[in-house]
Design a protein around this ligand. Structure first.
Ligand SMILES: [Zn+2]
Length: 268
């Protein structure tokens, strides 16, 4: 029993202390207990599993080859202008009317047709969809998902400490419990609720990436303004607005960034 508690303490201090790393975007110290390779591994697995599940439910995916190639071209162009250009970026076009786009850690992205369709989509041109993709690629570069997982891990471990202390379980069982907790986190990845700070950072960084890639950064303001007007659409829970409330503060921050982004865009 005492030995188990010592072990738990050891894990705990490793989680709290041993995961200081450099943020690829800011160059500053940050806490992330996952490596960049693990970002790619976790993200790829979640991406494959999600696509498999969607296919099993009959959701049409990537059926318009020309559109998917166009989308992948934009992802390649924006990611090449990012801080982590060498990740295995990949995008799927989910052909349902949901207005959303999301990224898993490591560069796997999903765009829904409700967001990007020539007639019904919320985005009206290449610059506008580029703004959303750049925002998602900024989340990937800043490693917001695994940072959030790092923050929530001590809470999960705390919950298991009680179980171990009560049952005097051994190392193997503990490992199983942690693995189960890890699996739970896995499934929640697409639904990561980024902090407000993370969202503002993805806005700011994404605007620079799109400008560097040669997309007009004014489109970022246009798309979020339109989003704020259309917020009361169908199925709001599944929409990009539920995770990205386009409020006045976000728009003001984007507008403040625009002159710098325009300078980059015009000097391409
Ligand atoms: Zn976001």
């Amino acid at each position: 029993m005492k030995k188990n508690l010592q072990f738990v303490g050891l894990i705990f201090s490793a989680v709290l202390v041993g995961c200081s790393t450099i943020d690829p975007v800011t160059g500053l110290q940050t806490r992330n207990m996952y490596s960049l390779d693990q970002d790619v591994g976790i993200g790829s697995k979640v991406y494959d599993q999600t696509l498999e599940e969607m296919r099993a439910r009959g959701v049409p995916i990537n059926e318009d080859r020309a559109r998917v190639a166009q989308l992948q071209g934009m992802v390649n162009r924006i990611s090449a202008a990012s801080d982590l250009p060498d990740l295995p970026y990949e995008v799927s076009l989910i052909q349902t009317n949901i207005v959303n786009a999301m990224a898993a850690p490591g560069g796997k992205i999903m765009v829904y047709e409700g967001l990007w369709d020539p007639e019904k989509g919320l985005t009206k041109d290449d610059d506008e969809i580029a703004a959303v993709i750049a925002h998602e690629i900024a989340h990937v570069n800043a490693r917001h998902s695994t940072e959030a997982m790092t923050r929530s891990l001590p809470v999960n471990i705390l919950a298991t400490v009680g179980v171990i202390a009560a049952k005097d379980t051994d190392y193997e069982q503990f490992a199983q419990i942690v693995a189960a907790g890890g699996l739970f986190l896995y499934n929640g990845i697409w639904m990561t609720r980024y902090s407000r700070e993370n969202e503002m950072e993805a806005d700011a960084v994404g605007m620079m990436y799109m400008a560097k890639a040669g997309y007009d950064p004014r489109a970022a303001i246009r798309i979020w303004e339109r989003a704020s007007q259309q917020r009361t659409g169908e199925d709001p829970a599944a929409s990009i607005f539920s995770t990205h409330p386009p409020d006045a503060a976000r728009l003001a921050a984007l507008r403040a960034r625009l002159p710098e982004a325009l300078r980059i865009y015009q000097h391409q």
